[in-house]
Design a protein around this ligand. Sequence first.
Ligand code: PLP
Length: 485
Amino acid sequence: MSTELAETGNLQRLLEQVGAGLDSYLTFEHPDAMHPGQRWRQFLDIPLPELGVGIEQVTRDLIEQVIPNGSPVPRPGFSSFITTGATSAAILAATAANVASPQRYMHTAFNFLEELSLQWLAQMFGLGPMLGVYSSGGSVANLIALGGARQSAFEKINHDPASSGVNRAVGIYASAECHHTIQRSAGVLGVGRSAVRLIKCDAGGRMRVDSLAKTLAEDKAAGILPMAIVANAGSTNTGAIDPLQALGEIAQENGIWFHVDGAYGLPGILDEEVKPQFKGLDLADSVIVDPHKWLGAAVGVAATFVRDRQLLYRAFTQEPADYLEGSVEQNQVAAQVEHSLDDLGIPYFDFGAELSSPSRGVVVWALIREIGVAGLRQRVKRHNAMARRLALLVHEHPNLEMLAEPTLSICCFRYTSPKIADLDRFNQRLHRRLVRENIYMPSTTRVQGKLALRPCYIGARAEPDQVDGLLEAVLRIGAELEPGR
Ligand SMILES: *Cc1c(COP(=O)(O)O)cnc(C)c1O
């Protein structure tokens, strides 16, 4: 029994123990958390304890009961959705930030890395002089970008939506393949989810420019205020990249905010083979990227970039708070800063929706510093090449059908045979067996209404041999499930 906290001098020993537990977890030799016979739930499901067990027992619980029954996401063969496990550098940096910089503000090395790493990202992805702010994920990053778009659109008609609310119906133009956080952002920003016009896509999943022009003209005639054109730079479903140049030009001609959602796909620009498809990115007013996707950051790190960060300030500033501003002197010039508390540093907390926030820049800094742009480029190219190789093999096999050619690291295909009446149901069954019985765990999606197997290669631990392993498993299970066997 323990009621006392011993809070100094024990981290090295305890982290070593937890580190060993995590290393063991990452060998993936344990059964799945929901495997029959797993007893962790009985162990963990106890009433609210009046008395504590102490840090040694908590450490043992973590190692024995919690960690081994964690998520399949970090598995090398996990290629579902667009999510991944953190790399070691990211884990170390996130842990360091938890201890040494529980907030991103105030003048510290962590605060310095916040801005430096944002600049590195902007430079690495060719965003020119754009300035950024971190948030918890693509959902909030899109919300912040569209908050900027709302501010910009209404300021043009001499209205401050942040202070007074919106006074006109707006239109947000995104493709039918846009991430649903676009609609949610519209809801949260008070312009309404129905403001999002879902523009038709071509066969490759890219927004159709002619459909956009038509919808824009209709809305203009109806007196609707255009708030933003939202382009995918790597759609979640298939990895499609919208025609950025054409969309950006339409945005420019009509004075509309141009937002590029690169939560997943922006790092794809590092691959020379795909880079030409990012032409027009320089026309964007805002761009987002999720370092916790392709870059391997610990989850909870996204970045929004904008041309004009002051606009975000006007969109998101809090009313002045005495306990914050009153406790420090604001606006010291850098040369006069002699103490970490001289002021709060760059007011990221006024550029987005979060006040308290972890220091995320250190995580991005660590993973770029570890392997450099060259290392990240190599990873992105490896993953894109895996999807392309899978596509090649799918085309060659009579029992496999390509449903969406890869643009980036996603390949959508299905098992097929003349003997199968309902291909959707068949592939759904095949998928259930695949993820239960194998180390290969793609997700499914629908492409042009058809159910597809959808591996998305994104994890730092995803290696090329998984392509052959996945195909072998799909063909074996497919043959076993085929009618008439
Ligand atoms: C993943 C994703 C998002 C949402 O990001 P989260 O980090 O999961 O909140 C938004 N847009 C696109 C294109 C995505 O792929």
